[in-house]
Ligand binder design. Structure first.
Ligand code: FE2
Length: 389
C-alpha cells in the first residue's frame, strides 16, 4: 500500500506503529485491548478524541471513548451512554463505515451534504462542550472474519485528516482486529480447557458419592487459603483449577472398596491408599502448568506435616505447598459435610479438629491462613453444601 507520507511524519508513524505492535502483542486481557487500540490510532494521526465500536449481536456497541479536551466519560456516564449502541445502518458515520466497509472522512461536520445517508450526532458535543470539527471513521477489518467494528476519530492537530491517515489506519485496523479476535479465541479455548479439567474431576467424584458441590467447595476453599498465605493471583488461579483433580485417582479404586458402608479392613485400606499415585499417573508428564499442579496435588494431598501420611511419608515443606493447602480444605470438607457412611460434624467441632492438627496433620501456616479466611470459607460451604451449627 502506498501511503504518501512525508519523511518526518513517516518516521513518527512507524515508531508509533512498532510501539503499538509490541504493546498489543504483550497484552493478554481482552478488556484492555480496545482502550490501547484507540490510544495508538489517535496518536498516529494526532486526533484529539475518538471512539471505538465493536459489532456484537447485530449492533454497534460503544466500547471506548477518549478525549484530550473534555472529560467525556462523566458526560457519557451521566447521559447513560456507556455501552450505548448504534444501529447497523447508514444513518450514522460509524454505522456507514461498517456497512459500506469503507473509511468515511468528514472534513467539516457542519457541512455534510444533505444527499448523504449519514448525519452527525451532536448529542455528546452538546452535553460535554466538545466541538467536533473533522471526523474520520475507519472500519476494523479482520482478514477472514470481515469488519468487526469501527474506529471513529475526531479533530486532528492540523485541522483536517490527511489522505495518508486513512491508509495508516486501515493497516492498523487489521492488526487491531487480529489482536482482538486472537485473544477472544485464546480466552474461549482456555475456558473450555479449564471447564474440561473441572468436569473430569467430577467424573472421579461420581464414583465416591460426591459431586459438583464437593469440588466447588474444595477449589474455592483452597483458593481462599492460598490468598491468605500470600500466594500470587496466578498461584491462586492455579490452585483453584488444579484442585478439582485431587481425587482423580479414585477412578482406579473398585466400587466395592470406595462405596463400602462399613469400616475398611487393612487390605481395603491398602487399595484405597493407592488413589494418590493412581491420580498422579493419570496426570504425569504433562506440559500444562495447571495439570502439573494437579499432579502434585493428586499425589501428595494425603501427606501429613508430621510425616505420617501417604504415599511417601514426606515431612513438612517436603510436601508441595498446594498439596498442603488442599489437605486442609479436603479434610474440613469431609468433616462438615455428610457422606453416605457418616453424618456431618458440627462446625465448631470440625474447627477444633483442624486447629488441633496444626503442625501434626497440617502445615501450621496453612491452618492459620484457613482461620484468617474462615468467614469466606463458611460462606462457600453454605453456598455449595450444608452446614450444621
Ligand atoms: Fe483423596
Amino acid at each position: 500500500m502506498k501511503l504518501n507520507i512525508k519523511g518526518g511524519a513517516a518516521k513518527r508513524v512507524l515508531e508509533e506503529l512498532f510501539d503499538a505492535i509490541v504493546d498489543l502483542e504483550m497484552e493478554r486481557e481482552l478488556p484492555a485491548i480496545p482502550e490501547k487500540i484507540l490510544f495508538y490510532a489517535r496518536k498516529m494521526v494526532g486526533a484529539s478524541a475518538g471512539s471505538l465500536y465493536l459489532l456484537e449481536d447485530g449492533t454497534l456497541k460503544l466500547k471506548v471513548c477518549q478525549n484530550d479536551e473534555v472529560d467525556v466519560h462523566s458526560v457519557i456516564d451521566a447521559s447513560n451512554m456507556k455501552g450505548s449502541e448504534l444501529s447497523l445502518d447508514h444513518t450514522s458515520i460509524a454505522g456507514y463505515s461498517v456497512v459500506s466497509g469503507e473509511a468515511v472522512h468528514v472534513p467539516d461536520v457542519t457541512r455534510i451534504a444533505a444527499d448523504l445517508p449519514y448525519k452527525f450526532n451532536s448529542e455528546i458535543d452538546k452535553n460535554s462542550g466538545f466541538i467536533s470539527k473533522s471526523i474520520l471513521a475507519v472500519p476494523i477489518r479482520h482478514p477472514s472474519e470481515g469488519v468487526i467494528g469501527t474506529l471513529e476519530l475526531f479533530n486532528p492537530a492540523h485541522g483536517v485528516f490527511e489522505n495518508w491517515n486513512i491508509g495508516v489506519l486501515k493497516s492498523f485496523s487489521v492488526l487491531a482486529a487480529v489482536t482482538m479476535v486472537n485473544i477472544r479465541l485464546y480466552d474461549s479455548i482456555r475456558d473450555s480447557y479449564l471447564e474440561t479439567v473441572f468436569r473430569l474431576g467430577i467424573v472421579a467424584e461420581f464414583k465416591d458419592d460426591n459431586t459438583y458441590g464437593h469440588l466447588q467447595r474444595i477449589r474455592h476453599t483452597s483458593k481462599i487459603i492460598a490468598r491468605h498465605l500470600g500466594c500470587s493471583e496466578k498461584e491462586q488461579d492455579s490452585i483453584f483449577h488444579a484442585s478439582s483433580m485431587h481425587d482423580i485417582g479414585k477412578i482406579g479404586i473398585p466400587d466395592s472398596v470406595l462405596n463400602k458402608k462399613d469400616e475398611l479392613n487393612d487390605d481395603e485400606w491398602a487399595i484405597m491408599r493407592k488413589h494418590p499415585e493412581m491420580g498422579a499417573k493419570v496426570l504425569e508428564n504433562t506440559k500444562s502448568e495447571i495439570l502439573q499442579a494437579s499432579e502434585q496435588i493428586a499425589r501428595y494431598h494425603h501427606e501429613k506435616w508430621n510425616g505420617k501420611g501417604y504415599p511417601e511419608g514426606l515431612v513438612g515443606e517436603q510436601i508441595p505447598q498446594f498439596a498442603r493447602i488442599v489437605a486442609v480444605a479436603d479434610v474440613f470438607d469431609a468433616l462438615v459435610q455428610s457422606r453416605a457412611y457418616k453424618s456431618a460434624w458440627k462446625v465448631q467441632k470440625a474447627l477444633d479438629f483442624i486447629q488441633g492438627q496444626r503442625g501434626e496433620h497440617f502445615d501450621p501456616e496453612a491452618v492459620d491462613a484457613f482461620f484468617k479466611g474462615i468467614e469466606e470459607i463458611l460462606e462457600v460451604q453454605k453456598k455449595f453444601g450444608e452446614l450444621h451449627y
